[in-house]
Design a protein around this ligand. Structure first.
Ligand code: CUA
Length: 154
């Protein structure tokens, strides 16, 4: 009897491992094949809770994006066309969303956590950032913009 149970258990464990490896494999495959962006999770550091735009060089920027009821800071991000932007995202309160539909960016802003993703803005224009996670009465007004090579860009 115990042997039978062991076999069943082993079978379940092996198939779970195969399933998990399949998931991990398809994630990595999609990341490389389709250049899908898999957001990273960084160790928490209070420095990221201060909203800012850092210029690292002519074509590389860092944005410390802070979500809070019910706005994103900075709310207007001016960068030149062709820039790579590293977004470091956190929240000051509840869970917010961070979606740039034109760039296929989909992240969560979580209190006490830092999520990071890198986006290349190779076309001029205004890219809307919206909160796509319901976060209270002001949710629908929660938005910001990335302004790429717009006239009078700061
Ligand atoms: Cu923030 Cu919805």
């Amino acid at each position: 009897m115990t042997m039978v149970m062991d076999k069943v258990e082993r079978g379940i464990i092996i198939s779970s491992l195969i399933l998990v490896s399949l998931f991990v494999f398809s994630l990595l495959y999609a990341k490389n094949r389709y250049k899908a962006d898999v957001p990273e999770c960084l160790p928490y550091d209070k420095a990221y809770t201060e909203p800012k735009v850092n210029k690292l060089d002519e074509k590389t920027y860092q944005v410390f994006a802070v979500a809070a009821m019910w706005q994103f800071q900075p709310s207007e991000i001016y960068i030149p066309v062709g820039s790579d932007v590293d977004f470091y995202l956190t929240s000051k309160d509840v869970v917010h969303g961070f979606n740039i539909a034109q760039k296929n960016v989909n992240m969560m802003a979580v209190y006490g956590a830092i999520n990071k993703t890198t986006v290349k803005f190779d076309k001029p224009g205004v890219y809307e950032i919206v909160c796509h996670e319901y976060c209270g009465v002001g949710h629908q007004n929660m938005a910001a913009q990335v302004i790429v090579n717009y006239p009078d860009a700061k």
